[in-house]
Design a protein around this ligand. Structure first.
Ligand code: HEM
Length: 242
């Protein structure tokens, strides 16, 4: 099946040698493997989410509602997959979770620059997160660039104002709402998981743990697509430091 002009095989296309070398799958302790590889897998998905959001914004700016809906369609499914990542971590017995956590020191998902990129790209822009301890200079540069960019929310607003065909606007609104709802569910699942392991205890980034995540779960990425829009209940949620 492989002649001189054969296309590169599966492993090469996916650069699996490099990928599996940097993947945190080699630890002797399988609880560590589950914990760390789950976080890496979430970061890959965050990157995929970012690419799709950029594509949605481009389609809205090109006034192509059908394409925007098509680009947005995978987003809630990608986020639902991330919810299941938490289900995997919930299988850890409490003592195993605490052993992993002790070994990790202060590292926290709070330091996920891509996660803030998703918030900034959508239009949920709290520049205080630029000061997050643990961000590299490159992280801050990327985040500042996101703050200067047009947001998905702005692109949606302009599209909705311009588009005479209300059905098209409604389809785009529904697609973005599906995404934002899935994201809100992810945030809530995260809070429940933190409660399961930490109870009322603090997080590794120094927040009040599950209580912080429950407050964060009130944030909406694209408030305009919810009933009540930007004036809806707590649309911007509480942001700021952990
Ligand atoms: C047992 C598993 C987990 C627990 C107990 C947990 C707990 C927490 C806590 C307590 C915080 C608040 C900040 C702090 O003080 O550390 C936080 C933030 C965060 N974690 Fe997790 N987490 C878990 C898994 C994950 C996973 C798998 C991801 C995926 C990348 C993740 C991503 C995040 C993000 C993005 C934040 C910032 C949330 C925000 O500011 O809205 N966490 N986590």
């Amino acid at each position: 099946m492989s002649g001189p002009n054969a296309s590169p095989p599966y492993g090469q296309v996916l650069r699996l040698d490099e990928l599996l070398q940097v993947a945190r799958v080699h630890d002797d302790d399988v609880d560590h493997v589950l914990f760390l590889a789950t976080h890496q897998s979430c970061e890959i998905y965050f990157a995929v989410v970012l690419r799709h959001l950029e594509a949605v914004r481009a389609a809205l700016d090109a006034r192509d509602g059908a394409l925007a809906v098509r680009r947005a369609a995978p987003l809630p499914v990608l986020v639902a997959t991330l919810v299941h990542q938490f289900d995997g971590l919930a299988t850890l017995p409490p003592e195993a979770f605490h052993a992993v956590r002790d070994a990790l020191g202060d590292a926290s998902g709070f330091q996920s620059a891509q996660y803030r990129e998703i918030e900034y790209l959508c239009g949920l822009r709290d520049s205080r997160f630029l000061n997050t301890a643990g961000f590299t200079d490159a992280d801050r540069k990327r985040l500042r660039a996101r703050l200067d960019e047009r947001s998905v929310q702005e692109a949606y607003r302009d599209f909705a104002a311009d588009q005479a065909e209300r059905e098209s606007v409604e389809r785009v609104r529904g697609a973005l709402l599906d995404f934002d709802e899935a994201f809100a569910v992810w945030r809530a699942r995260h809070a429940v998981l933190a409660e399961r392991f930490l109870g009322g205890g603090t997080g590794t980034a120094g927040s009040d743990g599950a209580a912080y995540l429950w407050r964060a779960a009130r944030r909406r990425l694209v408030p305009d697509v919810w009933p009540g829009g930007a004036d809806g209940p707590d649309a911007a949620g509480e942001a700021g430091e952990a």
